[in-house]
Design a protein around this ligand. Structure first.
Ligand SMILES: Cc1cc2nc3c(=O)[nH]c(=O)nc-3n(C[C@H](O)[C@H](O)[C@H](O)COP(=O)(O)O)c2cc1C
Length: 187
């Protein structure tokens, strides 16, 4: 695994520019407008499943071999587990999975997999069988970026379950659902 590969090459920001930095609250208020799919990111430690709720997920590249990234706060207990296990699975939750989403953001980490069906993927990460799609990834790069680590995963397996319905979104500090363009909100 190549750690900090990019950050070592990145140009330094001049101190004068740092003094003009944007208020983090303003940044968060802007980011709340960015609707995102709600994902349970899972890994394993001591033969036990672990995971956390994540919206910072992006495709990196489909060619020559698929990869994606997640951003994980280094203060999260799952962070070290992902680094140590060398694998993670991104499970996109469905519109009916709000309770599951709450479990994965709960401070009661032991309850996160309560009542959840999962199986072990080819990387060793737990795959949630009710997810709309699961991307089973081998951790290829871990790049430190301020409070977070950008974890780039080489995708080893994809399980698409079209029958699982629409994805669950997070928007404006609330869970939300997809409404196709042109659909009326009034009854
Ligand atoms: C909607 C939502 C999205 C989140 N997205 C992320 C994320 O992208 N990365 C991250 O590290 N934490 C994210 N979090 C916070 C973690 O889910 C939360 O801090 C979790 O409790 C960390 O768990 P742990 O410390 O037990 O690992 C998000 C929380 C919510 C509610």
């Amino acid at each position: 695994m190549n750690t900090n590969a990019l950050s070592q090459q990145a140009p330094r920001i001049a101190p004068a520019t740092l003094q003009m930095q944007v208020d983090p609250m303003l940044f968060k208020s802007g980011m709340r407008q960015l609707a995102a799919g709600v994902c349970a990111v899972t890994t394993h430690h001591d033969s036990e499943p672990h995971g956390l709720l994540v919206t910072a997920v992006s495709s990196v590249s489909a060619e020559p071999a698929p990869s994606l990234l997640i951003c994980v706060n280094r203060s999260s207990s799952t962070h070290e587990r992902i680094i140590n296990a060398g694998c993670f699975c991104v499970n996109l939750l469905g519109e009916h999975d709000v309770e599951l989403a709450r479990q994965f953001m709960s401070s009661d980490r032991r309850s996160r997999f309560a009542g959840v069906d999962w199986e072990t993927g080819i990387t060793g990460a737990p795959i949630l069988t009710q997810a709309i799609v699961s991307f089973d990834c081998e951790l290829e790069q871990a790049i430190e970026a301020d409070s977070h680590t950008i974890c780039i995963g080489r995708v080893r397996d994809v399980r698409v379950r079209g029958e699982s319905g629409q994805p669950l979104l997070y928007f404006g500090s609330n869970f939300a659902v997809v409404r196709p363009h042109g659909t009326s909100t009034s009854a």
